[in-house]
Design a protein around this ligand. Structure first.
Ligand code: AMP
Length: 283
């Protein structure tokens, strides 16, 4: 079923909740791929009813970013979402989500200011705001997000805790192409040459992981492994390539045995900006 209006969405959710059934939600910007599909399939296994939201949220794009050209194909999304186990595709309009006079935003503080937040000022305010709205509209028991957007999962965890959303957060592993490239709606922007180059991102993460497993503890040395590996692929602009504490995104001089480290990469290849990450437990 396709739901486009906010009131119809809330009514549906109210009825489902009254009947004692559970709702899982998967917020997306559409142009669905196998990464989204794995979130939907898991939600379908774990919840009675599944809502996939499709909304390219203008609030999380900066000036000069790709909001206007972001790929869109609602018909295809509806089919894929339903085949994967979605009961409702919720695709609201921008005017309904942000009517004239709209003013409220949700700011999650420091966790949204580093890395992606530094390169995309206001991005996580846009994300937290739209996700809070989608939670109120779809009233889920469980919300599904991908590890692909690692910092986003920390932002959502903060949002849920701080604003007392009675929602369980499930973060699922990144789904990758055979060469390791994380699936992303933005991969369609990549010209064939750039697409080949993009496989360096995952190889970079694995090289840094290997250095940690081989005993490297110095954050700067681990970062250097990532910069050097990315540079070996030629013309790639690096926004950041950084190891950080997985829970807080703090950047200590050194990591210690038992630490959870997240390796974060954001690069631009041609006109396409790509992000990826890998979690590593320090042996
Ligand atoms: P997006 O449509 O790109 O905003 O993504 C919607 C949700 O799907 C987010 O929670 C993403 O983290 C997740 N997602 C995107 N790509 C992947 C992937 N390759 N593997 C797993 N989850 C993903």
């Amino acid at each position: 079923m396709l739901v486009s209006t906010l009131s119809e969405m809330q009514q549906w959710s109210d009825e489902v909740r009254r009947s004692g059934k559970t709702i899982g939600v998967i917020p997306t910007m559409g142009y669905l791929h196998d990464g989204h599909r794995s979130l939907i399939e898991t939600a379908a296994r774990e919840c009675d009813l599944v809502v996939t939201t499709v909304f390219v949220n203008p609030l999380q794009f900066g000036a000069g970013e790709d909001f206007a050209r972001y790929p869109r194909d609602l018909e295809r999304d509806i089919q894929l979402a339903h085949r994967a186990g979605t009961h409702v595709v919720f695709a609201p309009s921008g005017d309904d989500m942000y009517p004239v006079g709209y003013a409220t935003t949700v700011d999650v503080g420091p966790i949204g200011e580093k890395f992606e937040g530094a390169f995309r000022p206001g991005h996580f305010r846009g994300v937290a705001t739209v996700v809070a709205k989608l939670f109120h509209l779809t009233k889920p028991h469980v919300a599904y997000f991908g590890q692909k957007d690692y910092q986003q999962t920390l932002v959502i965890a903060r949002l849920i805790a701080d604003l007392n959303f009675d929602i369980r957060l499930r973060v699922l592993p990144t789904v990758r192409e055979p060469d390791g490239l994380a699936m992303s709606s933005r991969n369609v922007y990549l010209q064939p040459d750039d697409r080949r180059k993009a496989s360096i991102i995952y190889r970079t993460l694995r090289a840094a992981e290997q250095s940690i497993l081989d005993g490297q503890r110095s954050r700067q040395r681990i970062n250097a492994v990532m910069y050097e590996t990315l540079a070996s692929a030629g013309d790639i602009r690096i926004d950041y390539a950084a190891a950080a504490r997985a829970e807080t995104l703090d950047e200590p001089e050194e990591f210690f045995s038992g630490d959870s480290v997240v390796l974060l990469v954001a690069v631009r290849i041609g006109s396409t900006r790509l992000i990826d990450n890998l979690l590593v437990r320090v042996p």
